[in-house]
Design a protein around this ligand. Structure first.
Ligand code: ATP
Ligand code: LTN
Length: 327
């Protein structure tokens, strides 16, 4: 059994990109591995958040974890901020991270570009993410393609610590899906679908109503041709829609091409919308039940309790090796 850990930021409404690139795989992995999944609220505050919205989004992400199929009896589900050791190890690892390493991070460059002022936490974000992972001796980290660079840094930090202070951390591996690792925006296929995009038409939220989903897909940009062809180089918009279709159904991109040969984009988009609606409807129904039942409080309390046991031990070992006087 491998140790698996991942996190999603409560920085907005979860999107179909989050589901296809990450959450769907969390659900599959809980059957075979020792899994922990976090709502990474400490990461979400690296960009400004309204307190009421942060609280609502954090609960919403937790409920969506359960609604999408994570079972608290199989996987540990918790809020990052409920386990203080994340902030503590985050600081210790920040002191071991080089400025040059952080300056190279493309997520930082993207999120800070054009901003008048940027919080220092956005810059040191990857050291906190490394702490999340290393606290639990994680073997595998299921993430979308955009997190690959952060995982590389995590591996480097684990290696650096082990070399300097003796074998302490497991060096984790990213697990990036073959299809759907980078779902693109519906309005611009050069950008990834992102929940913090101010244009809601650029993403499908997991909680969008069927009518909103149909509308967003019918308005999704395509090229002026009419061939449903999977060709990410020359037809990035249509290829993105085919990838979404493939991830929501059991069909490969080639099977989808064959099904819509000679029919143009209309029927393809219509069916795609119905595939997405059918995927999300049961998740949305379960979501309402979970929110109404009040079960989240217990799930998160148990999750944090289990996490703390491991995290506290790791931080103790780390502090001892670094030369702190232990309490
Ligand atoms: P934000 O826009 O606030 O940065 P995000 O939508 O990029 O958020 P995260 O919380 O940063 O989402 O990511 C959660 C998980 O979802 C990560 O594993 C990430 O790689 C994955 N993910 C996010 N967006 C996509 C996408 N467009 N395609 C595939 N996977 C994605
Ligand atoms: N940085 C990730 C979220 C994240 C994460 C983690 C993912 C924070 N801590 C630990 C995996 C493991 C993101 O932006 N998607």
């Amino acid at each position: 059994m491998k140790r698996v850990l991942s996190g999603i930021q409560p920085s907005g409404q979860l999107t179909l990109g989050n589901y296809i690139g990450a959450m769907k795989h969390f659900v599959a992995m809980q059957e075979e591995h020792d899994c922990s999944f976090m709502i990474v609220d400490l990461h979400a505050i690296t960009v400004p958040q309204e307190p009421a919205a942060l609280r609502e989004q954090s609960e919403s992400v937790a409920a969506l974890f359960v609604a999408a199929g994570l079972d608290p009896a199989k996987a540990n589900i918790f809020m990052q901020s409920h386990v203080r050791e994340h902030a503590e190890l985050g600081w210790l690892l920040t002191t071991m991270t080089y400025m040059g390493e952080l300056e190279r991070m493309t997520q930082f460059k993207d999120k800070s570009s054009g901003k008048e002022s940027v919080g220092a936490g956005l810059f040191t974000y990857p050291s906190l993410m490394a702490a999340d992972i290393l606290l639990y001796q994680t073997d595998l980290v299921p993430v979308g393609e955009d997190q690959k660079q952060h995982l590389e840094l995590t591996r480097d930090l684990a290696g650096r610590f082990n070399q300097r202070y003796g074998e302490t951390f497991t060096v984790p591996q990213p697990l990036i899906p073959k299809v759907g690792a980078r779902v693109m925006s519906l309005d611009d296929a050069s950008k990834k679908m992102s929940k913090s995009n101010p244009n809601a038409g650029s993403y499908i939220a997991l909680l969008d109503s069927p009518d909103v989903i149909r509308k967003k897909i019918s308005r999704a940009v395509t090229d002026s041709g009419r061939e449903v062809k999977f060709d990410p180089q020359n037809k990035p918009e249509v290829s993105n829609l085919i990838a979404i279709y493939s991830a929501c159904s059991a069909l490969t991109p080639q099977e989808i091409e064959a099904r819509y040969e000679g029919q143009g984009y209309g029927p393809f988009k219509k069916d795609l919308a119905e595939q997405v609606v059918a995927l999300l409807e049961p998740i949305q129904a379960r979501y309402q039940e979970v929110r109404a039942s009040g079960e989240l409080r217990r799930i998160l309390a148990d999750g944090a309790e289990n996490a703390r046991q491991v995290a506290a031990q790791t931080v103790r070992t780390v502090k001892e090796r670094m030369g702190f006087v232990l309490d």
